[in-house]
Design a protein around this ligand. Structure first.
Ligand code: ZN
Ligand code: ZN
Length: 181
């Protein structure tokens, strides 16, 4: 099994390289960068000035037949689903596709001050979180676990940056070949 990163309107190479390194260490799988040709304007709402994440996932699905594993889209685009003002990300539960928006993970978004380290930490948490959903994980009650729900940036900062043992065991059960102990 592979994990694919698909940058979409995302050009922060430092973050991609760091994530790639860290995640391949966590999942013990090869991570490949791919480029999916998606027309983002199809998911754009001119009223909300945001992009509908579910629609992006749908259009990505038809273009990732070649990918055997999990595909995570990373984007600067601000995402929404109709019932919420925004989402940090969305995932197909137990499926292939997930998406993370870093738009509201930038510290500048809230305070006007850049904090690259905090930005990376938040991005890593949300990437692990959405990937966790594609491995079938639901929200976890443990605040130290990255699978805890986070509906605000404060909650993203509070929760842990790794999976709890219970959640990680669930993931390992799905890619057992890589985790011979
Ligand atoms: Zn979630
Ligand atoms: Zn957990």
């Amino acid at each position: 099994m592979k994990i694919y990163f698909a940058p979409l309107k995302f050009s922060n190479k430092d973050v991609t390289v760091r994530l790639n390194k860290e995640l391949s260490g966590i999942f013990l799988v090869h991570i490949e960068i791919i480029h999916i040709n998606i027309d983002l304007s199809e998911s754009y709402s001119s009223e909300r000035k945001q992009y509908h994440s579910t629609k992006i996932i749908e259009s990505a699905l038809s273009k990732t037949d070649f990918a055997d594993g999990k595909v995570l889209i990373l984007t600067e685009a601000d995402l929404y689903v109709p019932v919420l003002t925004f989402v940090f990300g969305e995932a197909q539960l137990g499926g292939k596709l997930s998406i993370v928006s870093v738009c509201r993970l930038h510290e500048e978004f809230y305070t006007g001050h850049t904090n690259e380290e905090l930005f990376y930490e938040r991005t890593k948490k949300e990437v692990l979180h959405e990937l966790g959903h594609t491995f079938g994980l639901l929200h976890c009650f443990d605040w130290d676990c990255v699978m805890h729900s986070s509906n605000s940036i404060e909650e993203v900062d509070i929760k842990g940056n790794t999976y709890c043992k219970h959640c990680f065991d669930d993931i390992k059960n799905q890619i057992p070949l890589h985790f011979k102990e």
